[in-house]
Design a binder for this molecule. Sequence first.
Ligand SMILES: [Zn+2]
Ligand SMILES: [Zn+2]
Length: 265
Amino acid sequence: MDLCNLIEGISSSLLDHKLFQMILKNDFIIYGSILNNIFAGKQNLEDYRNNDVFDNSITIYGKFSYREILERDIREFIIKPILLGNELYSKTVLVSYTLLIDDIEFILDVLYIKNDVIESCINFYNELLITVSLDKLILNRKGLSVIDNKIGTPNPFIEALRDIKNKEFRVIVKLKPFTKKQCKYLKNLKKLGFKNKDSIIRPYYKKDKKCNICYDTEYRQFSILECNHVFHKKCLEKAIDEALKESHTFSCPYCSKKYLNFEVL
Ligand SMILES: [Zn+2]
Ligand SMILES: [Zn+2]
């Protein structure tokens, strides 16, 4: 399984690591700051070398009944497990493992959830096409998704998944345009306040400028493309929306310079 294909366009040596392959293979779900870091461009194990071990935290959850299998699969990385909480009476059990990955220490916090609980919340992660109202990314073996807490998300998750703060994303692999589904997903992220670090559209503040779409000089918000052509922000957004319905690329309405779709989102 190639994780970088799974979340197409986003590459990370961490996600390529055997530990993450094992986590996802066993149907555990990754959430929290680790995904945030990957989206913000922290992509190599080396980037974690000088961190405090508590900043190197990996948070996942999954079925309680898979605990032994997971521990078997990741045994080579575990230095010590610490059990937090009461295994017998609780619906969820948190185990915190100290791991050593290429000589860098990580904390792996695993929320094991008893099966009857997890069955009842199977529908709380939605496919990307559903409009979401919050900013919680998760990664499971099917790909990247967003948690929708409108559908009765159980308590432990609400608490656990609140922590994506640094709202920005970037597209690491830039060879080909995104599919419609991926574009829609990125648009959703933008609606949620995530900033596309790869966007080539900049705001343009000087006055006395003409929009190269409607040829009006009326001062509204202007945007400028990398080719230095200026448009009303609204006119440009409309042109981009129209173009991306038909194609994976967008051409500057003035000079026809081509841009890949994620560059203009
Ligand atoms: Zn205009
Ligand atoms: Zn142009």
